[in-house]
Structure formats: C-alpha cells, structure tokens
Ligand binder design. Structure first.
Ligand code: DX5
Ligand code: ZN
Length: 221
C-alpha cells in the first residue's frame, strides 16, 4: 500500500480566514486539502465553489486540492474547478446522467478523477470504470455536514473495495470521508483505506499538529 495521506476537510475550517487556516493545517503536516462542494440540491447544505478554490491558489496554497463534488448536475462545473486549481475531482455517480462521460470530462480537464459512494450506494457503479479511476471515496457518513459519527458498516465496504482495487491491478487510492478520528483511524486503515478525510477531528482542536501526529502514530501502529 502507498503512503497514507491525511486530507483535512475545509468544511470545518474557519471560513473567515480560510487561507491562513489551510496554511496552518498544511504546516501541521496535512498532505492534501479536501474541498467540500455542496449545492443545497444534491445535499442539504451550501458551501463553496471554484472562486474559493482559485482564492486558495492565489493565496499561495500549493498542496493538492481534492474537490469533493456534492452537486447535481456534475459535468458543467468540472472545467471551472480545473481552471481554479483543483488537482483531484470526485463526484457521486447517482448525481451524474453519464458516469463515464463525467470521468472523461475530469480527465480531459487535467485532473485526477474519482467516484464517491454514500453509505447505501451500491458498489456496482464501479463495474465498468475501474480503468478510469484514480480515487474511490467511501462516505462513512451521509453527505452534507461535518461532525457526524462514523457508520461502522463502512469497514466491510472498505474491505470489499480494497479487494476489488487489488484484484484490478490499477493504481487507485481508497479514500474515506466522515467521522474519521484518532481513535478509529487505525481500524479504518486495516480495512483498506489509504487516504483519510477528517474535518472536525482536526479543525475543532486548537493544535492541528498534535491531532495529525496522533493520527500518524495510530496509522503506524
Ligand atoms: C461531509 C463531507 C466531509 C466532512 C467530514 O459531507 O464530505 O468531508 O467535512 O467531516 P467530519 O470529519 O467532521 O466528519
Ligand atoms: Zn468530503
């Protein structure tokens, strides 16, 4: 398995000083910036769009920005995020009319591409697109809000996806998002995840480095 990546979710950051808060979490040892895009249509919440992604780039953020699209429709916003500096773009397959096309639009825009599975979304959406995926993201909460509890059935789903990735031979990251904390990250890694999104667990603590260090020592255990 490749090195574990920790991706703080900006959903729990301080939006009034987003640039410096993202800078701080990267200085504290985070690997990737997880950028949650919600449209008050596909999910019952409203967050940020390409302008804010561009603002982070203009501020000087150079780390990969992992754009998690919780929007419907999917395709028309993809080029805007690519232009605004996204590195990875993931979307929920049931929000796209044409999943293969959406993946191609992401790839053609120069970004890495991934599919996101809600807790009850079946894995059959993987069937014909494994060769087009850089990331598979399993939601361990229902999307829309930070600070929810990890849904335990995600562990079994992670094991199933880990097996599919390993059998496929493709180079695909297995990401988990929702309720990831210091005290469950080791079990989540054992189930097969190698990329961990954490919002409230990191941003709700005063010392980001202490949390990220604790997560890394759990991952090494
Ligand atoms: C939920 C978002 C998550 C969220 C995770 O829809 O996709 O990225 O910010 O927050 P925590 O880590 O607090 O569960
Ligand atoms: Zn997310």
């Amino acid at each position: 398995m490749r090195p574990f990546l920790i991706a703080p979710s900006i959903l729990s950051a301080d939006f009034a000083r987003l640039g410096s808060d993202v800078d701080a979490v990267l200085d504290a040892g985070a690997d990737v910036v997880h950028f949650d895009v919600m449209d008050n249509h596909y999910v019952p919440n409203l967050t940020v769009g390409p302008m804010i992604c561009q603002a982070l780039r203009d501020y000087g953020i150079t780390a990969d920005i992992d754009v998690h699209l919780m929007v419907k429709p999917v395709d028309r916003i993809i080029p805007d995020f690519a232009k605004a500096g996204a590195s990875i773009i993931t979307f929920h397959p049931e929000a796209s009319e044409h999943i293969d096309r959406s993946l191609q639009v992401i790839k053609e825009s120069g970004c890495k591409a991934g599919l996101v599975f809600n807790p009850a979304t079946p894995l059959h959406y993987l069937d014909h697109v494994m060769d087009k995926l850089d990331v598979i993201l399993l939601m361990s909460v229902n999307p829309g809000f930070g600070g929810q509890s990890f849904i335990p059935s995600t562990l079994d789903k992670l094991r199933q996806v880990r097996q599919r990735i390993d059998e496929s031979g493709f180079d695909i990251r297995l990401q988990v998002d929702g309720g990831v904390k210091v005290d469950n990250i080791a079990d989540i890694a054992k189930a097969g995840a190698d990329m961990f999104v954490a919002g409230s667990a990191i941003f709700n603590q005063p010392d980001y480095k202490a949390v990220i260090d604790d997560m890394r020592s759990e991952l090494a255990s």
